[in-house]
Design a protein around this ligand. Sequence first.
Ligand code: CA
Length: 261
Amino acid sequence: MPGMNPSFLLPRADRPTPVPAPGLKTQHDHVDEIAIALPIFVVEDDPSLTELLRSRLTELGFTTEATASGHAALSRLAVGSCALVILDLGLPDLDGAALLAVLRARGDATPVIVLTARDAIEERVAALAAGADDYVTKPFETDELVARIRAVLRRHDAHAKDTLRLGGIQLERPGGEVFVRGRRLQMAPREASLLEVLLSGARRVLYREAMMQAVFGDDEAGFNALEALVSRLRKRLAEVDAGIVIHTVRGVGYLATDDID
Ligand code: CA
């Protein structure tokens, strides 16, 4: 390819060894910084409550989305990540607990806080069993819900740092060990590092400038080096049927999704 960084034409063994663990940490700090803020998704059919929650969350610097429909919520969650879902259990078109069960069955680990009626203990227990992270009983103070949102997000963040999953791939951090459906996959360090960046921003568009910084650090490398690395990673993942698609967003960057469509 014309203009490709010559260091990428070297055989793998001749390339400089990438920075190990401490470097990986810096990469994540960087990726986290550039990651697009994910919305808090309010799934609630009471418009005044939705409005109250959204305005309070917006005030606090969160972005929000909302729907009154359980089916619409499932469709929305299938196409992009949310930071957290606030889920009313009593929706008109689909029971909130059923929605939650579908979400978890898909392998979607987005944190969910359910809103329940004070006397509906069975409903609450069912929601927790279906995979809710917490619940708040109606009526509640907005600030109580906000405190719970923050606690759940903190907990989820700490947990999410250990294992990244997408499609059939699992990547353990720190260290970057990669498994395909439980079987260890040997990868070149830079491919593993790129995979880690893509998984930590899964279902989000990642800017190629930030990816370059995360993968190559201060090494002189052009976009074509990143492109070449992406193409090698695609090939490697296809070989092992990893169930991941790396989409090119022309002129912007890349987006990794699972291969369900
Ligand atoms: Ca309701």
